[in-house]
Design a protein around this ligand. Structure first.
Ligand SMILES: [Fe+2]
Ligand SMILES: [Fe+2]
Length: 306
């Protein structure tokens, strides 16, 4: 299943698009039911910030890429995730959900994720970043985006997500190909890298950030009526895509995340108690301790010229 990364890069370069390609004034905005708007705004806000987190993740990955072609691909993916965030912002603007100049506020778990990325992501090994990002992408692509498209009839929204989904399918193809490359390292090296990183403050804080972040989003989705089946399928896809590779299943970070994913989507697993306590606790996280948002998180714009 090896992909030719040079050909992939050429394809990515060929498929670039811009917000200006879309007619943001086309009819269809009125199809959003008023009672659905507050929930949709919260959903789009999360989505937009997850894209931004993905963008920062790719920026970190670009520095660890196994070769210069993949580094260049990651730089494109970084820009594409920012474009996705901007396009989602432009949809919110179209739906009249944003005041002039308003950037929707990230929830506390996203704020913490942003802080963590800013402080630690550049120190994370390829095997950790290269596993977490495909997990988020599969969940985003497989559950959240499909749910959105089933819930919203606006044709412009469908047009935008067709472009986003095409980008995402290339992200996922590259993500899993790189996981295969990671799995190529000797078992001993994989184990040393993994165990050596487990005890670092970066990874411990990362887990403390990741667990409530996923559960908050999961709870919000359930509150919007998304059935548990979709999330379950997303995790199953993470497993299937990983198992298509010969070597991915031996990457320790992959094994851990696959198991963890199973807990997240199982409403009856005792893990929910722990994770939901962490969601609850994070609401008490003192605002004064939150550092100012880093510059990269302020690059969001719905402006089509950007
Ligand atoms: Fe994206
Ligand atoms: Fe992506």
């Amino acid at each position: 299943m090896a992909i030719d990364m040079e050909a992939m890069l050429a394809k990515i370069q060929d498929r670039q698009w811009a917000l200006a390609d879309i007619d943001w004034e086309a009819p269809g905005a009125e199809t959003i039911r008023p009672e659905f708007r507050p929930k949709l705004k919260a959903f789009m806000t999360d989505l937009c910030w997850i894209e931004n987190i993905g963008a920062r993740g790719f920026a970190a990955l670009a520095k660890k890429a196994p070769d210069p072609t993949i580094a260049e691909i990651y730089r494109y993916f970084h820009a594409e995730e920012q474009r996705h965030a901007n396009a989602e912002l432009a949809l919110m603007k179209r739906w009249g959900m944003l005041e002039e100049g308003e950037v929707p506020k990230p929830n506390v778990n996203i704020r913490l994720a942003i802080e963590w990325l800013d402080a630690y992501s550049d120190d994370m090994p390829l095997s950790v970043l290269g596993t977490v990002i495909p997990m988020l992408e599969v969940a985003l692509d497989g559950a959240l985006l499909k749910f959105l498209l089933d819930s919203v009839q606006d044709p412009v929204c469908h047009q935008v997500f067709e472009k986003i989904n095409n980008d995402e399918s290339r992200h996922i193809a590259v993500d899993f190909e790189v996981l295969e490359m990671i799995g190529n390292a000797s078992a001993r090296r994989l184990a040393i890298e993994f165990v050596g990183r487990l005890a670092t403050p970066g990874l411990i804080l990362g887990a403390l950030m990741y667990v409530p972040l996923l559960n908050r989003i999961r709870n919000e989705m359930a509150g919007m009526g998304m059935d548990a089946e979709r999330l379950y399928n997303a995790v199953k896809r993470f497993q299937q895509l990983g198992e298509r590779g010969e070597r991915t299943p031996r990457v320790p970070a992959y094994k851990l995340l696959r198991r963890h994913g199973g807990w997240v989507v199982n409403p009856r697993h005792p893990y929910q108690l722990l994770a939901n306590s962490m969601v609850w606790l994070s609401d008490f996280y003192p605002k004064a301790l939150l550092r100012p948002m880093p510059a990269w998180s302020k690059e969001l714009t719905h402006n089509p010229a950007a």
